[in-house]
Design a protein around this ligand. Structure first.
Ligand code: GRF
Length: 199
């Protein structure tokens, strides 16, 4: 049985698009498929991308204690929750029920340049301001601290002397689109073979 993915997204949804396209392939559909895209923002472009791909969409209150989100995840029999530009903290009740089964992508090499408030342009501005010679992407399991769960994959990207936050952001995002769907596939395969990753 394919791993049933729910993608939570608040923003433009370019990673969601890469994930949908990756699994929209007969061989990979057998490994995993996106069964739900949910957002705390009704105007998220990610919801339009999902609807265009005929994937069920839902809204929930990001300030809720987790009851609404858990109800959705149970209703769609979700196996793995994928955060793709979802900015709110995941409530403890959801973390408990989905322990080791929620993953996130961050546009830098965690544990550096992560934590509450470190998202979007701020991450790349901080990397450039620090003089770091490399940045990258990190995929990690989600626990109750922002950007602190166990790391499952990283990809390093050099920071060029001529880089601006914008140029670095666009190179990092292009790598996210390659790395994230493949790491999700790997996690799904591990789940399918019951080699569970535990938090
Ligand atoms: C990505 O940079 C991701 O690393 C971060 O949020 C951004 C989402 O972009 N968690 P998009 O909505 O997938 O285009």
């Amino acid at each position: 049985m394919p791993t049933r993915l729910a993608v939570l997204a608040s923003g433009r949804g370019s990673n969601l698009q890469a994930i949908i396209e990756h699994f929209d392939n007969l061989a990979r559909e057998r490994v995993a498929k996106v069964v739900l895209v949910a957002s705390n923002r009704a105007d998220s472009p990610a919801l339009i991308r999902a609807a265009t791909a005929s994937i069920d969409i839902a809204n929930f209150d990001g300030a809720d204690d987790g009851t609404q989100l858990l109800k959705l995840l149970r209703k769609f029999r979700v196996d793995l929750v994928v955060l793709a530009g979802y900015l709110k903290r995941i409530p403890p009740s959801v973390i408990r029920e989905y322990a080791g089964r929620i993953i996130n992508i961050h546009p830098a090499l965690l544990p550096a340049f992560g934590g509450e408030g470190m998202y979007g342009a701020r991450v790349h501005e901080a990397v450039i301001a620090s003089g770091a010679r490399e940045s990258g992407v990190t995929v990690h399991l989600v626990d109750d601290e922002y950007d602190r769960g166990p790391i499952v994959a990283q990809w390093r990207i050099p920071v060029e002397p001529s880089d601006t936050p914008e140029s670095l952001a666009s190179r990092v995002l292009a790598v996210e689109h390659v790395v994230y769907p493949r790491v999700i596939e790997m996690v799904a395969i591990l789940q399918n073979t019951e080699s569970k990753i535990s938090v």
